[in-house]
Write a protein that binds this ligand. Structure first.
Ligand code: PLP
Length: 428
């Protein structure tokens, strides 16, 4: 019994599973989810005001830390001017310019209210632009919960989609092909068999939804070439990595120019914002310029624009990502050492303010298959020991972690000393 227990019990009577997004329910790790009463800087506070060092950051957006003073001030000022207009306002253009400046592959964009909307709309646009129905995605990549993207593969290079979730019609799922991530041979095979039917390839250019996995050398270059050769659009889902692994997103680290990019999380600084954009000729197909429909009552919401703009301003400061990456380095190196001292096999990944760690004796994890073979029970024991010691990690071994500008050396030291205890607990 902890302070969250009665709140969770009550929530379960009224909300499905007691939560409004499944992973929050702690199903994977067991136990009672932490109910948050407030957040500030690097910390979340429980119902009894107990403090936790937070490595989820609302699943990515809070790169400046929670309740950042500049963001709050911008939001306060915006609120005074009205909560929603349902009509254009200048702040939307300002946010568009800020995004385009950081991500030059985006020539024009559309703002929406979530990452799910961004990817769903980008897929519709790609289908409309190419006149093709098939899309290609990768096992273990998550792109939100629209029907076409909630499809997981069987094995093999060209497998017809099998719905992951009941409720996704098989007739629709058959248009979603799924391949293993980082398998270049499978990519070549599917393009040789069906390239002229594929409207778009969508991927997380660095994955954060099967823990953190980076593309192997040459993989994305091959993908870019195949897409160009076959008239297929390459869609980078940077909802997680955008303004998180670097100011210009994963595409700036990889030197790849996607046709379309999907954004969310950081772009709203904690408010509900998504966006998709890219090639002007493709975006011109979108209503009202073109025939592909997409809309939103709250799209471009002025309060969300204010939070997003201030967040992008904060992370554009000179040296911001060097400092952030340095913290992530200290954390991942420290976790590795602590695991090694406890005799627990562990490998890590990191980029900018994003990290992953695998309970695996592999030198590197580069596939969904390897990710699923990790020691989940050991992770769960580690997770609970960390939580008991006031460190809040993502409650699943399939999730990446996030660090913010507000995390201090003292926070990292406290985290690593908790980890030394937790790795011993994980061994049990
Ligand atoms: N794409 C990626 C890569 C994500 O990680 C997520 C959410 O975690 C989404 C899309 C969906 O975004 P949202 O939860 O805002 O709908």
């Amino acid at each position: 019994m902890n302070a969250s227990t009665p709140l969770f019990e009550n929530a379960q009577k009224h909300l499905v599973g007691g939560v409004n997004s499944p992973v929050r329910a702690f199903k994977s790790v067991g136990g009672t989810p932490l109910f948050v009463s407030k957040a500030k800087g690097a910390y979340l506070y429980g119902p009894d005001n107990q403090r936790y060092i937070d490595y989820i950051g609302s699943w990515g957006p809070m790169i400046l830390g929670h309740a950042n003073e500049q963001v709050l001030q911008a939001v306060r000022e915006a609120i005074e001017l009205g909560l929603s207009y349902g009509a254009p306002s200048e702040k939307e253009t300002e946010l568009a310019i800020a995004v385009k400046t950081l991500m030059p592959s985006i020539e024009k964009l559309r703002l929406c209210s979530s990452g799910t909307e961004a990817t769903m709309s980008a897929i519709r646009l790609a289908r409309g632009f190419t006149g093709r129905d098939v899309i290609l995605k990768f096992e273990g990549c998550y792109h939100g919960h629209s029907d076409s993207l909630l499809v997981k593969a069987g094995s093999g290079a060209l497998t017809l989609g099998v719905p992951t979730s009941p409720g996704v019609p098989a007739e629709l799922a058959q248009f979603t092909y799924t391949l293993p991530y980082n398998d270049v041979a499978a990519l070549h095979q599917v393009f040789s068999e069906a390239g002229d039917r594929i409207a778009a390839v969508i991927l997380e250019p660095i994955t954060g939804n099967m823990n953190m996995i980076k593309p192997l050398d040459g993989y994305l270059e091959a993908m870019r070439t195949l897409c160009t050769e076959h008239g297929t659009l390459l869609i980078y889902d940077e909802v997680m990595t955008g303004f998180r692994v670097a100011a210009g997103g994963a595409q700036s680290l990889q030197g790849i120019t996607p046709d379309l990019t999907c954004l969310g999380k950081v772009i709203g600084g904690g408010m509900p914002v998504g966006a998709f954009g890219g090639r002007a000729d493709v975006m011109a197909q979108l209503a009202p310029e073109g025939p592909v429909y997409q809309a939103g009552t709250l799209s471009g919401n002025p309060v969300a624009m204010a939070a997003g703009l201030e967040t992008l301003k904060g992370l554009s400061a000179e040296g911001f990502f060097d400092k952030l990456q340095n913290k992530t380095d200290v954390l991942t190196a420290g976790l590795k050492t602590a695991a090694h001292e406890a005799g627990v096999p562990l490998c890590t990944e990191m980029a900018g303010g994003m990290f992953g760690f695998f309970f695996s004796d592999a030198e590197r994890v580069t596939s969904f298959e390897q990710a699923t073979a990790c020691d989940a029970p050991a992770f769960n024991r580690f997770f609970h020991s960390m939580l008991d010691q006031g460190v809040y990690l993502a409650p699943s071994h399939y999730e990446a972690g996030f660090i913010s500008a507000a995390h201090t050396q003292a926070d990292l030291d406290q985290t690593l000393s908790a980890a030394r205890v937790a790795f011993k607990a994980a061994r049990a």
